[in-house]
Design a protein around this ligand. Structure first.
Ligand code: ATP
Ligand code: MG
Length: 440
């Protein structure tokens, strides 16, 4: 991508409305724009990051055996009347009428709709277990939308829903998502700790929130500090192994970890004082097992091996991609801007032409840009005629992991400078060496 032809509206000034660093940096880097309270457009740079986050989430959902579909944002009120949640949900639900005066709503979550899909076609235990997910916009009319897309009214959610014949089966499904979440957040460059949680309006029996420790987090959390160094399940984890996944779950729930709603002071005080971590955190994922809470009122049942009908045991599993993007920034930035983990960076490399219009600089940059693009790298080429200082500031602000800098003096020697955004380390090398380093 040539910056001169791209759309990346950088802000020079610090936006006054931004209270936390991620919100400030997302606005400054031209990633998002507020359209009305708690409702955002994702501008091209932000969209790239969001897409990369979603690709990792999708990859790990698929690995764990979940199947992607797409459900609509608008739902009919009737479904929610069946489950009893239409009245219970309260003011967070955006209720709408269509031209025939039929009550509709903008979905805050999809338990009812997915249960309806399930009951319309699954009739036998032989089709279980089943886990269906989508990545879709949600709307919740939050009382206090704030911190940009961290807590917005319209936001994106990956929501998965599992169906099993028995409680034991459902627990295995829960453990699959538990392990998938650990892997997902790790690949996003984050350390998320599963904490015992309240089940809230989703309702249910077993629930964990995945929390990232951050001073700006809205939740108050308490946990054993060893979680910070626990091993993440590997890529070859067998998601069909009931014992294997149970062992992962048992290990990751063996020490104290709870949000303030579930906090047990006495149990926490039993943790040796030096091991106690009491901090603030950001909830980036939440998983629930809720048994037959929806299948019973909505009549979602299958024939079991005993020939009898059984209401299915369900769970639901949410991750907030539009919250994860600022959460990653909260965890990874410095005074100059964002520092993206390579896995979600909007571009892999930015090529900075320090003197656009200078033939040697132009030729060198074009050569590098073409070679790296051809090799499949996402490259941003700053070919604008801004001052070099402005270009460096922009590159640091948008947090691309690698900068390849071509200035007239180095280029005259057949060289460029390669800068690591995270460490700030700079290395001068030949043009060829720079290309070779990043084509592989
Ligand atoms: P919170 O306690 O932060 O209000 P919640 O418990 O109501 O969230 P869930 O129903 O558990 O949210 O939703 C699953 C995930 O969706 C959350 O873990 C979070 O990552 C994301 N999410 C929920 N509400 C919002 C929001 N208003 N803005 C952005 N992401 C959200
Ligand atoms: Mg939650």
């Amino acid at each position: 991508m040539r910056l001169s032809r791209y759309f990346m509206p950088i802000l020079k000034e610090n936006p006054k409305e931004a209270e936390i660093v991620s919100h400030r940096l997302m606005l400054r880097a031209g990633m998002i724009r507020q359209q009305s309270q708690g409702i955002y457009s994702w501008l091209p740079l932000g969209k790239r990051v969001l897409d990369k986050v979603n690709a990792i989430i999708r990859d790990e959902q698929n690995r764990a055996g979940a199947i992607e579909l797409s459900m609509p944002t608008l739902q009919s009120a009737e479904l929610w009347q069946e489950s009893g949640r239409y009245d219970a949900y309260g003011k967070e639900m955006l209720r709408i009428k269509d031209r025939q005066d039929r009550p509709m709503l903008y979905g805050p979550t999809n338990e009812e709709m997915v249960t309806d899909i399930f009951r319309s076609s699954v009739k036998s235990y032989k089709d279980l277990p089943l886990n269906l997910y989508h990545i879709q916009l949600k709307f919740r009319d939050e009382i206090r939308p704030r911190f940009g897309t961290m807590r917005s009214r319209e936001f994106m959610m990956k929501d998965a829903y599992s169906f099993d014949l028995t409680r034991e089966g459902a627990e295995h499904s829960y453990n699959k998502m538990f392990a998938a979440y650990l892997r997902t957040f790790d690949r996003l460059g984050l350390r998320a700790i599963p904490m015992r949680a309240d089940t809230g309006p989703i309702g249910g029996k077993l629930s964990h929130e995945f929390i990232i420790l951050a001073d700006t987090g809205e939740s108050e959390v308490f946990c054993h500090k060893d979680f910070v160094d626990f091993d993440i399940p590997g890529a070859h984890t067998d998601f069909d192994s009931v014992e294997g996944l149970q062992a992962i779950f048992d290990k990751w729930t063996s020490l104290y970890a709870a949000t303030s709603e579930m906090h047990d002071e006495a149990a926490f005080n039993a943790v040796p004082e030096g091991d106690r971590l009491s901090a603030r955190g950001i909830e980036v994922g939440h998983i629930f097992y809720f048994g037959t809470k929806y299948s019973e009122p909505m009549g979602a049942k299958v024939q079991g091996p005993d020939g009898k009908e059984h209401f299915v045991h369900m769970g639901s599993y949410g991750i907030g991609p539009t919250r994860l993007v600022p959460a990653i920034i909260e965890a990874s930035h410095d005074d100059n801007g964002i520092i993206w983990p390579a896995s979600v960076a909007p571009f892999d490399i930015v090529v900075i032409n320090m003197k656009a219009g200078d033939q040697a600089c132009d030729d060198t940059c074009e050569l590098i840009y073409a070679a790296l693009t051809k090799a499949g790298r996402d490259v941003l080429y700053d070919d604008t005629d801004d001052r070099a200082g402005t270009k460096f500031a922009t590159a640091d602000l948008i947090g691309v992991p690698v900068q390849i800098i071509a200035g007239p003096r180095a280029v005259a020697n057949g060289e460029v400078e390669v800068k690591d955004r995270k460490t700030g380390a700079r290395e001068t090398m030949t043009i060829e060496a720079a290309i070779n380093r990043f084509v592989a």
